[in-house]
Design a protein around this ligand. Structure first.
Ligand code: XUL
Length: 437
């Protein structure tokens, strides 16, 4: 007889992935791309094209349909009646407002790529100064739910009056899946400029200043790994049984850290994807005095420091301009390779990344003791060798892919098996190479 399954969903910017985790590891994966599979929502890259570059919005029903379709597709690959628990991770931040009947108040929701809240961020920083960062983990951030709510309340006071519930993407999707107002986990709540990291509850004064009546409109903050409700009939698709427990949803970055196998104290994970992101676990929150980096709560416990730097697209452009394939690119980055535009760019980009992550280190430490690398760029030995030289630390290449959906599935699996996250990680983490400093 086959054992139970835990389902993990990654509801990211451009699509949805659903993954089935069993006792032996990942058993199946299904993907949905918003542009190709749900063209009726007019968001080929995950947001409705807008000539105003600062406006990046999407129809929340697209995310919901994406989840349903991904689950149906997963059900074509594996017997989903074996599923005993489910959880998900969404793109962080975003603002979804619903009325007292749970209906959307605004047809489109700003997502994390939206940057139309410049004025609101300035107002929040002016009112609270550095204490906003020290208490919530981040200086006022353009893409966070709090500033987005402040802007909504200002530009559509009538719609704001009708708003009964204010969700980020994760807690809204969680609400849809369980068919009742769902709580938010600390990780998603900490991406809103509204959560007090020391109490793991809303900072009432900050929320009250952010928008009129906001404290009453926010969901309750759940404990990580707690059950948020049970799967509603509307999502019992692909063979899934209605009524299975839904573990509270989290955010994509915190779940990605789980899915990558976590990191020990003093270590970091570097994801070389569309952007380069450095994550490091933290026992106690220490925030970035420059205001650039963020501290979020972890998806299972503790805190997570994050710095995300654009640059990967530029790196690829310079590589292509130099006429280099991936092997040639790697060779151009070795210690012995002569100076070139490719080498200079990559060196200064990683040096910038190191400088911007110094605040994550414990007192007295001068660098990370070890780095685990993942993402498309981690396939290049040359790039990882350069990362090791610039950060002066050994770099491990991780085998894991789909780490966001896997992290969500791991959290649901704790319920199926009673295993701890650390035990699951130790079983699934696989290092395929170690590249020295
Ligand atoms: C992190 C952030 C992005 C989104 C992408 O703060 O805004 O990484 O979570 O999905």
């Amino acid at each position: 007889m086959k054992s139970g399954l835990a389902i993990g969903i990654d509801a990211s910017t451009q699509g949805v992935k659903a993954l089935a985790l069993g006792a032996e590891g990942v058993e199946a994966l299904a993907t949905v791309n918003f542009g190709a599979d749900l063209p009726q929502f007019g968001a080929p890259e995950g947001f409705v094209p807008n000539t105003r570059r600062e406006v990046r919005e999407a129809d929340p029903r697209m995310w919901e349909e994406g989840v349903r379709l991904a689950l149906r597709r997963l059900g074509e690959r594996i017997d989903l009646s074996r599923a005993e628990a489910l959880s998900g991770a969404a793109q962080q931040h975003g603002l979804v407002c619903t009325d007292a009947d749970g209906q959307l108040v605004f047809p489109l929701a700003p997502i994390w790529m939206d940057s139309s809240t410049d004025e609101e961020c300035r107002e929040l920083d002016a009112r609270f100064g550095p204490s906003l960062r020290e208490r919530t983990g981040s200086a006022a951030a353009l893409r966070f739910t709090g500033p987005q709510a402040r802007r909504r309340a200002k530009i559509d006071s009538e719609g704001w009056r009708r708003t009964a519930h204010v969700h980020c993407v994760a807690s809204w999707l969680n609400t849809r899946l369980v068919g009742a107002e769902a709580p938010v986990d600390p990780a998603s709540a900490s991406g809103q400029n509204l959560l007090d990291l020391s109490t793991l509850d809303w900072a009432e004064d900050i929320a009250a200043f952010t928008a009129p009546g906001l404290p009453e409109r926010l969901p309750s903050v759940a404990k990580p790994l707690s059950v948020s409700g049970t799967l509603s009939q509307g999502f019992a698709v692909g063979g899934l049984r209605a009524g299975i427990p839904v573990v509270v949803w989290s955010g994509d970055n915190p779940d990605s850290l789980l899915g990558m196998g976590g990191a020990g104290p003093g270590e970091a994970i570097v994801s070389l994807g569309t952007s380069d992101t450095v994550f490091a676990p933290m026992d106690v929150p220490r925030t970035d005095p420059s205001g650039f980096g963020n501290v979020f709560c972890g998806a299972d416990c503790g805190y997570l420091a994050l710095v995300c730097l654009e640059g990967a697209l530029e790196r690829d452009r310079i590589r292509r301009e130099a006429g280099l394939d991936w092997d040639g690119f790697g060779a151009a980055l070795t210690k012995e390779a002569p100076d070139s535009p490719v080498k200079t760019f990559c060196e200064s980009h990683f040096a910038d990344l190191r400088r911007r992550t110094q605040w994550m280190l414990a007192e007295g430490a001068t660098g990370f003791s070890k780095i685990a690398a993942t993402g498309g760029g981690a396939k290049s030995d040359g790039l990882l060798g350069l990362l090791a030289r610039i950060f002066e630390a050994p770099v491990e290449r991780l085998a894991a892919t789909e780490t966001v959906a896997l992290g969500a599935a791991m959290r649901a699996w704790t319920l199926v098996s009673g295993e701890s996250i650390a035990t699951i990680q130790a079983r699934l983490r696989r290092v395929t190479a170690v590249i020295g400093a």
